[in-house]
Each structure stands twice: as structure tokens, then as C-alpha cells.
Design a protein around this ligand. Sequence first.
Ligand SMILES: [Zn+2]
Length: 153
Amino acid sequence: MIPVVYSNLCPVCGGDLESKEIEECVCFRKKKKLCHYPEDFLLEEFIEFFRKCVGEPRAIQKMWAKRILRRESFAATAPTGVGKTSFGLAMSLFLALRGKRCYIVFPTSLLVIQAAETVKSMWRRLVFRLMKSSSATITADSRKVRRKTSCRT
Ligand SMILES: [Zn+2]
């Protein structure tokens, strides 16, 4: 590829933008990513959230999450069992905790009931993990307190 320099068009530093920087998606002067979406911080949060309430997300679920968080409109098509519903429910729970509303349409009332039960179990898993991690912190802190008090006496 012929090296190209775009004068003063770097979106990060405002200086020259070289083709090598575009290929690597990094501003060499400021050492920052060029293709940064602010929503990508939320993506990491969502992936961690998904791990806590569902499990390890599949690559396609991560891609759907990225697209939703970037506010893209798209149709998630995948065979049965890939995780469209669990993804949609986890994403709706994630967004609901951030004050957003989601609408998920199901063809039957039985599926709505099942989805509601799934969301409740996701919520329970999330709360259980939060309680578990906070009790571990409390236990660690109480040990420190005990050690400090035993040193004084
Ligand atoms: Zn730059």
C-alpha cells in the first residue's frame, strides 16, 4: 500500500494522519485509539454483567451487544439455541438498570411467562453474586479490624 498522509485530519490530536495509523487504528502521537466509540466502555460492562447473570457470552452475542449499545438498528437472526432470547433478556435487564426501556415481543403468552421467569432468575443470580462479593469484602475488612485490635492489646 502506498503511504498516505492526511494533513491535520487526525480525530485524536488534530495533526497529520498517516495511513499506517489508520491501519492500526491508533494515533501515534497521543497513543490513543482512533476508532473509539464511547459506547464500547458500556460493552465491557455488559459483557461482565452477562457473565454474572447468564454465563460466558458467545461472539455473536458480543457483536449484537456492540450494535445495540451503538444504537444501530438490525435484526438478530440465528438458529434456535444460539441465545437470542437470553441475550435480549439480559440486555433489557442491563438497560433497565440504567433507566432505559426495552420492548421484547413474543408470539405467545406462555413465552412471555417463561421470559419473565428467566429475567427473575437472572436477577437472582446477579443479586446473589453481588451479595457474595460484598460479604467477602466485609469478611476481609473485619479480619483487618481484628488484626489491628489484636496488635493494640
Ligand atoms: Zn493523531
